[in-house]
Design a protein around this ligand. Structure first.
Ligand SMILES: C[S@@+](CC[C@H](N)C(=O)[O-])C[C@H]1O[C@@H](n2cnc3c(N)ncnc32)[C@H](O)[C@@H]1O
Length: 262
């Protein structure tokens, strides 16, 4: 199957250095929180698949911890950086591939399936369902799946307010406040209940949703430039204590949907 948006996705990532994505203190919220949940569910030495592995920030760290990692990435440039960064790392196999067609991977293979990014770049229901179905197919029964997605609030506050694009964004806002899926805009977003609805007819059991970074990306300048280390650690610990709460989910920039295959 050919991803008809591949060239749009490629051109976005070709002009962006994905490898520095977690370098700022404000960005580490997402990484540290996601890692906490992966480690909560991953048993020692288990098999992990990362779909849309980017430059390997998660995959390489997990392989170094002793998990057996398979990394699949759509964009050639990101895959090349991943393979360069992974030189000398054991337990890691990487390949080019599309979340819409994982036919190179067998059914019921992985204990943990991570889809941390591809859901941002799917622009119709059929593709979203297909990516979810493929992820479930390759996961073992009783295995755990984690899907990252963006909230509508993050687009409005981050792209709209913080970057001064609110009036440009207005044409893409539906009556209920959700944001239209526009491939050229590259990132899509969800309400938490709509993301969960996509799993209603699948053979999975909901475990939890997690707000992986809250307002940290929106408060980026303050956190990165003005915050003391002591306050940063206080905020991070408060975030860890509250990130599963329903009242924290909707405004978080990134979210994690976690479920188990039945
Ligand atoms: C925001 S990045 C996240 C990378 C990494 N998972 C992380 O969290 O740091 C999303 C990644 O998904 C990849 N991607 C986008 N669409 C994809 C698809 N259809 N299949 C596989 N990977 C895809 C992008 O090329 C990009 O590297």
């Amino acid at each position: 199957m050919i991803n008809k948006y591949k060239s749009i996705i490629e051109s976005k990532y070709n002009e962006y250095d994905e490898d520095v994505r977690f370098d700022r203190m404000s960005q580490k919220f997402e990484y540290l929180t996601t890692m906490r949940y992966i480690q909560k569910y991953a048993k020692k030495g288990c098999k992990i698949l990362e779909i849309g592995a980017g430059t390997g920030r998660y995959s390489i760290a997990l392989a170094k911890m002793g998990y057996k990692v398979t990394a699949v990435e759509l964009v050639e440039k990101n895959l090349q950086v991943l393979q360069k960064n992974a030189k000398g790392v054991d337990n890691l196999v990487s390949m080019q591939g599309d979340c819409l067609d994982l036919s190179m991977l067998k059914d019921n293979t992985f204990d943990i399936v991570l889809c941390l990014g591809p859901m941002y770049h799917l622009f119709n229901k059929k593709d979203k369902n297909r990516a979810i179905a493929e992820s479930i197919r390759v996961c073992k029964p009783e295995g755990v799946l984690m899907f990252a997605y963006l909230s509508h609030a993050s687009i409005v506050w981050g792209y709209g307010v913080r970057k001064g694009n609110l009036s440009a964004l207005a044409y893409g806002i539906n009556k209920d406040g959700s944001i239209k899926d526009i491939p050229e805009e590259i990132f899509n977003s969800f309400y938490t209940e709509d993301f969960a609805k996509q799993f209603e007819k699948t053979n999975t059991k909901f475990l939890k949703q997690v707000a992986t970074d809250g307002l940290a990306p929106t408060m980026r300048e303050y956190i990165d430039e003005k915050m003391s280390e002591k306050d940063y650690n206080l905020l991070l610990n408060w975030h860890f204590a509250t990130c599963e709460r329903v009242d924290q989910l909707g405004y978080s920039s990134h979210l994690l949907y976690i479920c188990k295959k039945l």
